[in-house]
Every structure is written in C-alpha cells, then in structure tokens.
Design a protein around this ligand. Structure first.
Ligand SMILES: [Mg+2]
Length: 257
C-alpha cells in the first residue's frame, strides 16, 4: 500500500494532506505494504476534534486541579497547561509534583457526556478493511477509550486498548511509553503504523521503525501543534498527514483491493 491520494481541505491540514498525496519527500519514504498492526491514538484522532469532546475532558482536568489545590479555575487552568507542556501530560505533572492517585484523576476527567459523539459507520468500514490487527493506544484510560470506541461503533474492530495505566503511567511522547506498548502487545514496530494528532507523539514510533501518520486536529493547545503552521514540508519523523482519517483509510483499502 502506498500513500493514499485524496484532496484535503484548505488550511494547514489540507496543505499537509495534499503534500502527502503528492508523494513529497516524507510520503515517499514509507508506505503501508508491510503494515500488519494499525495503532490509533484516541482523542482527536479516532474522532474529529470538531465534536469538541476532548474540550470537555480538558476543562475537567483544570477543574480537578482547582479542587485538589483549592485554587480558582483560571489559576488551575494555567497550571494544567504548564504541566502538560513541561511533563508531556497534565497527569504526569500531577503525579510528579502532587503525588496524586492517577486512577482518581482519570475517573474524574473522563466522566463526560458522550452526546457530541456520533456513530461513525464509514470509519468502521474503513477500519474493518485494514489487513491485520488494530489497537487503540491512548494517554487516557481504558474505560474512556472503550466508551468512545463503543459510541463510534468501532470497539469490536479493535484487538485491544493500551492505556496509560498499562504503560505504568508513563505517557506518550516518552519513548519508554512506546516501548512498553510494543512489548505488551507484541508489536513488530517495522510492521506497524501509528496514527496521531500530536506531531511530537510520532517521534518515538518513527525511531522504532513504524510508519507514521499525522491526523489533523483543530484542537491545538500544545506548542508542537502550533508549529505545524510554519511547516513547509512534513518533518522527517512524519511520513503522511491527513485531515480526514476515514477517507485516508478508505483510500488505502481501495488501492489494495
Ligand atoms: Mg490525541
């Protein structure tokens, strides 16, 4: 399987999708011929950021910190983003600095209403057509991933879910987190493809030898995402980019049929 060809929207995601489809330097380096394990981030990757589901999780993180430290929500929001940028995830910062119970945090932040999420039959069809195993790999909890995947109608298509607890609360983008995921699920890295909305979360899988795909998200709250606007071509560690995961996967399957 080579890089699928489809048109992207205007803007950053569309530009990157067009780069990938045009077979630029990044896209030509690595296709999907040897891909047998398809690994998907959950939030803002398997479902589009436009539904604003993750925004609710994000605000509940700030709310958790406000309650924990008895501080105003605005101050908590500032700390949340500081921890996120400095430690990779808000949870990692909270564990390191405040010794919190990570299970309590995950239960709190994922206690959200899934109404904004709609069933995604086209995505399910595209996933079902992929040859090999499919895994969700998230910095969130297994329960959250199960609820979201169930609502999308794709849970039954997943072999397993790797959550942050399964990685000993070591989060993406840490290379140690990816090593744990690969070992736990017996993933031959050179036969795997990783789909992610956070560009820096694709560095470790690229180093391990995976094919990497950046899925465009409009929810840009990390400096690494904001840098995307300055890209003239895909960076070394990203082989493909798309603003439409379902169309990207459907194009892959069409080429293979
Ligand atoms: Mg994500």
């Amino acid at each position: 399987m080579s890089a699928p060809r489809h048109d992207g929207r205007d803007g950053v995601g569309g530009t990157l999708a067009a780069q990938s489809a045009a077979g630029d330097e990044g896209a030509s380096r690595r296709g999907f011929d040897s891909t047998r394990v398809w690994i998907f981030d959950l939030d803002n990757t398997l479902y589009p950021s436009a539904c604003n589901l993750f925004a609710e999780v994000d605000w509940r993180m700030a709310s958790f910190i406000a309650e924990l430290l008895s501080i105003p929500l605005e101050h908590a929001r500032y700390l949340q983003k500081r921890y996120y940028h400095d430690y990779g995830t808000t949870l990692t910062g909270l564990i390191k600095l405040h010794k919190i119970d990570p299970h309590r945090f995950l239960e709190y932040v994922h206690d959200i209403d899934l109404t904004p999420l709609t069933e995604a039959p086209d995505l399910a069809r595209s996933l079902a057509a992929l040859p090999g195993r499919r895994i969700i790999y998230t910095n969130g909890s297994r329960r959250h991933a199960e609820r979201v995947a169930e609502k999308l109608g794709v849970l039954h298509l997943m072999e397993d879910i790797c959550d942050i607890a399964a990685c000993d609360f070591i989060a993406k983008p840490s290379p140690d987190a990816f090593k744990r995921m690969v070992e736990r699920h017996g993933v031959p890295a050179r036969e795997a493809a990783m789909f992610e909305d956070m560009p820096h979360n694709l560095e470790a899988p690229h180093t391990l030898g995976m094919t990497t795909v950046l899925v465009h998200s409009d929810y840009m709250d990390h400096p690494a995402q904001q840098k995307i606007r300055t890209w003239r071509k895909l960076p070394e560690h990203i082989h493909h980019a798309t603003d439409d995961l379902t169309a990207f996967l459907a194009a892959l399957s069409a080429e293979n049929s």
